[in-house]
Design a protein around this ligand. Structure first.
Ligand code: SF4
Length: 328
């Protein structure tokens, strides 16, 4: 999502007369599009600030302006010293210049109403705002005309989508609509939430030839008590049942997931339940994150009592249970 936003921010700056600098040292304006979801991303901003300070100290003979935007927590607005802070927007009205020649991102919504206990998105990006299906289809057609072969539909929780111009158009219907657009291209999407992944959506995916048979379905934990604490609104049984229904319709589907390990209070037994689920499902890939407290979230109130050493050990165990993993 941040990649898509960055392309749109860059395009809006180009319209104001800026052009992309080949490196930071040559830039007159440095825009940092921040992500607050993981601590590692926040740490990278800290590192960048040090770099910027050094750059500003150089007698370069010119002014460098710095701006921070994206998912910014209230506390970080004051802590990070940038010349300007730009509020995160949905950028729906900007037609971006895509960085890739073959793959493009189309945001269908921005923000989230789900308030999972560990997540900053509803605070940093705000509540869910959906884009009209007409605008999405128009952008899709333009991308296909320009030769893009892989188009991603993006939203924090795509299956919460409802077109503001026609409430009967949900995500399943939107998928079918973009699938009907003539052309040689494939459709991917992220991220869905298991809690409202309906049979209608499974059928739409299975029946739409252009929709890639790949799905990232974040489970986060394989233990019901932890899922409840995380406010994920589904149980392990419901998740497994959903996977069964998906595989029944699409036997060759490539499945990946997201998991958080070391959530506050996660016992060894509860972690073993996640490992058990990984064995049972046999994910093709997984994005595994070590829990880190995010200020402003409900989980921030609970003591982060699992040591880093223990989190690393648990992470190692999960990684061995998947065919491929991607560090985030
Ligand atoms: S559904 Fe996703 S984006 Fe929304 S609060 Fe939960 S983890 Fe965050």
């Amino acid at each position: 999502m941040n990649k898509s936003d960055s392309e749109r921010i860059a395009t809006s700056l180009e319209k104001k007369g800026y052009s992309l600098a080949s490196n930071m040292k040559e830039a007159d304006l440095i825009v940092v599009n921040m992500c607050s979801v993981r601590q590692s991303a926040v740490d990278r901003v800290n590192g960048l600030i040090l770099k910027l300070k050094k750059m500003k100290a150089l007698p370069a003979g010119r002014q460098v302006k710095t701006a921070l935007t994206g998912c910014i927590l209230k506390k970080d607005r004051k802590r990070f010293k940038f010349d300007e802070i730009w509020d995160s927007k949905n950028y729906f009205d900007i037609t971006p210049t895509c960085q890739s020649k073959s793959s493009a991102f189309v945001p269908i919504s921005n923000g989230c109403n789900n308030f999972c206990s560990y997540c900053v998105v509803p605070f940093a990006r705000g509540r869910l705002v959906c884009r009209s299906h007409q605008q999405i289809i128009k952008e899709f057609k333009r991308l296909i005309k320009n030769g893009f072969k892989e188009i991603w539909l993006l939203g924090q929780n795509v299956n919460d989508y409802n077109s503001p111009s026609d409430k009967s158009i949900n995500f399943a219907k939107l998928l079918k609509m973009v699938n009907q657009i003539p052309g040689d291209f494939s459709i991917r999407f992220m991220s869905p939430n298991p809690k409202n992944f309906t049979n209608e959506l499974i059928s739409a995916m299975a029946e739409s030839k252009k929709v890639a048979k790949y799905l990232n379905l974040p489970v986060q934990s394989g233990d019901d008590e932890i899922l409840k604490k995380m406010k994920r609104s589904y149980t392990v049984k419901q998740y497994k049942d959903l996977i069964r229904r998906i595989r029944r319709k699409m036997p060759k589907i490539n499945l990946s997931t997201d998991a958080i390990i070391g959530y506050p209070g996660e016992t060894k037994k509860q972690f073993q339940n996640t490992a058990k689920l990984f064995k049972e499902i046999g994910f093709d890939m997984a994005y595994i994150s070590k829990y880190s407290p995010r200020s402003g979230t409900a989980a921030f109130q609970i003591k982060d009592n699992i040591t880093l050493k223990e989190k690393k050990q648990r992470e190692k165990i999960l990684r061995k249970l998947i065919k491929k993993h991607e560090p985030r």
